[in-house]
Design a protein around this ligand. Structure first.
Ligand code: IPE
Ligand code: IPE
Ligand code: MG
Length: 227
């Protein structure tokens, strides 16, 4: 791949529930199937050295509105996923770095999240960021409060660095057919190239990701300047 490969890819993994329901299964089966895709996409990115960061929207600050059983299932799935994937992170030199307000999670889940973050902190390949209890507005408010509390003047640089995710997004993909950002990385996506696909997340493949990246590479990014 050329130099125009996206360094930071962000994905809104949407469509799990519909995928399951279309097959007469419970919504949560879609989340289970989606977790497999997370592994494949993460490994793909880890094998493409130019990709530095992959930020995946796993649970939004708004997702607490869902039925209690679905929320509980998602929490258990996350815990299981992280414990099971530790070997994938280590084998592929991936660093796990969550973003979001982790204080919203139970102590046992928090322990799993912190353990995987700690154990992978010396891996220097891909950074896989899972957005957990993440909302861009919440992230911005927390960052501004950090600056105010430390009496630091708010500039684009200080605010950027106080965010959970300090790296600008190059390529943002949303699966599931909707064309909205759902409170995801609003600051970081200021100049991202946006790709929307009707594919439901459990059907998303590394082949489709490859196609999107190929398209991304043909785009002339001007950042407000001229050619
Ligand atoms: C995305 O899939 C996963 C999460 C929000 C956790 P959905 O659960 O939103 O699936 P749809 O959009 O209802 O099909
Ligand atoms: C966005 O999907 C959040 C995640 C993928 C985790 P949602 O399904 O929650 O978004 P809306 O409600 O359709 O905007
Ligand atoms: Mg959805």
């Amino acid at each position: 791949m050329s130099l125009n490969t996206p360094r930071h890819i962000a994905i809104i993994m949407d469509g799990n529930g519909r995928w399951a329901q279309m097959q007469g299964m419970k919504r949560v089966k879609g989340h289970e199937a989606g977790a497999e895709v997370v592994r494949n996409v993460t490994k793909y990115c880890a094998n493409h050295k130019e990709i530095e960061r992959l930020t995946l929207y796993a649970f939004s600050t708004e997702n607490w509105k869902r039925p209690k059983l679905e929320v509980e299932f998602l929490m258990k799935l996350l815990d299981r996923y992280l414990q099971k994937e530790l070997s994938t992170y280590m084998e592929n030199n991936i660093r796990f770095q969550p973003i979001g307000d982790l204080s919203g999670f139970s102590r046992p889940l928090l322990t799993t999240i912190e353990t995987v973050e700690e154990k992978t902190k010396h891996n220097n390949g891909l950074v896989q960021s899972l957005a957990l209890n993440y909302g861009a507005k919440d992230e911005l408010v927390r960052a501004v409060n950090t600056l105010v509390n430390n009496k630091i003047k708010v500039t684009e640089t200080t605010l950027n660095d106080a965010l959970d995710c300090p790296q600008q997004v190059d390529l943002l993909i949303r699966t599931g057919g909707d064309h909205r950002l759902s409170n995801y990385l609003l600051w970081q996506a200021a100049y991202a190239e946006l790709f929307f696909t009707n594919t439901l997340w459990p059907d998303f493949s590394t082949t489709e990701l490859e196609t999107v990246i190929q398209q991304f590479m043909t785009i002339e990014r001007r950042f407000g300047g001229l050619k």
